[in-house]
Design a protein around this ligand. Structure first.
Ligand code: GLV
Ligand code: MG
Length: 302
């Protein structure tokens, strides 16, 4: 599985940002054709995206393009121009505002036709689906199971908050007046369950107060604690924060490796199922929990 702790959004209408993005340590970069690109700049942005994919140095990163959603007139040309022009350089397409599994099936079918026409390996290009409105969330289980190309579900908090009429203007923060609990808990858990039940990754969306790195960390830590794999970043300052928040601490990683070693020893050499590690009892379920932390730590190079 690809590492997706930090996913950097870059408007494809801005060649300077497209250059800069290649130098940042984000796990994934996506070239945006959707909401960060003005309607009059959409066509030029497609060309920029193809050029950046063909000529840029994206080594070490997952590279994706976000197309426009299916209620617009742009989606089919976005997909055809980008994938015909640079499909061999592209890891994933991001489909925004997905409301229904048929939208992902449409993209999967179109991708297959383009791959066949161009002589690319069929099925290599993945899909990430953004869940950004009430209908998308209600249909999220079916969406999560809609295509073998799906790699991740992505929460789109800005559009989502607008779609449900949440009374706030600050993306990711609690709505003023809501003092009990976390207004996002249900949505995040719903996405997490749908994603995990189909072995997909699950990603938190943007935090728009880009200068407030502490605010970013706080909101990212909330998603990381639940089990999310990563979060979008909109600014270089947020990249390191995301990579750190979505990697286990060195202490937790070391502890996880210790559990795995101890468990392996006791179950194979001593043939015992539940054993003590210091004051802690560990069993098969502990091993599974430790595996999750260890895998993330190894991927982060700890
Ligand atoms: C991202 O696309 C969002 O709407 O938050
Ligand atoms: Mg959105």
């Amino acid at each position: 599985m690809r590492s997706r702790r930090s996913i950097l959004a870059v408007p494809a209408s801005n060649p300077r940002f497209l250059e800069k993005a290649q130098t940042l340590p984000a796990d994934e970069v996506f070239l945006d054709l959707e909401d960060s690109v003005a309607p009059l700049a959409k066509e030029e942005a497609r060309g920029n995206a193809v050029t950046a994919l063909r000529e840029g140095d994206w080594s070490g990163k997952t590279v994706a393009v976000r197309v426009n959603d299916l209620t617009t007139q742009w989606t089919y040309r976005d997909v055809i121009e980008v994938v015909e022009g640079a499909g061999d350089r592209l890891d994933c397409l991001i489909m925004p505002k997905v409301q229904d599994p048929t939208e992902v099936v449409w993209l999967d079918t179109l991708l297959t036709q383009i791959e066949k026409t161009m002589g690319y390996e069929v099925g290599r290009i993945g899909i990430e689906a953004q869940i950004e409105n009430a209908r998308g969330l209600v249909n999220v289980d079916a969406i999560a199971g809609s295509s073998p190309r799906l790699e991740a579900l992505v929460f789109g908090p800005a559009d989502f908050m607008a779609s449900i009429n949440m009374r706030t203007l600050v993306v990711g923060e609690q709505p003023p007046g809501y003092t009990e609990g976390d207004a996002y808990h249900y949505i995040l858990m719903r996405l997490l369950m749908a994603a995990r039940s189909h072995d997909l990754q699950v990603i938190d969306g943007p935090y728009l107060q880009i200068k407030d790195v502490e605010g970013y960390r706080r909101v990212a830590a909330r998603a990381a604690a639940l089990g999310f794999d990563g979060k979008w970043v909109l600014h270089p300052l947020q990249v390191d924060a995301a990579n750190e928040v979505f990697s286990p601490s060195q202490e937790d990683y070391d502890h996880a490796e210790l559990i795995l070693e101890a468990y392996e020893h006791y179950t194979t050499v001593e043939r015992r199922g539940a054993v003590m590690l210091g004051d802690e009892m560990i069993d098969e379920a502990s091993r599974k929990m430790a595996l999750v932390v260890a895998a993330k730590g190894r991927a982060a190079g700890l």
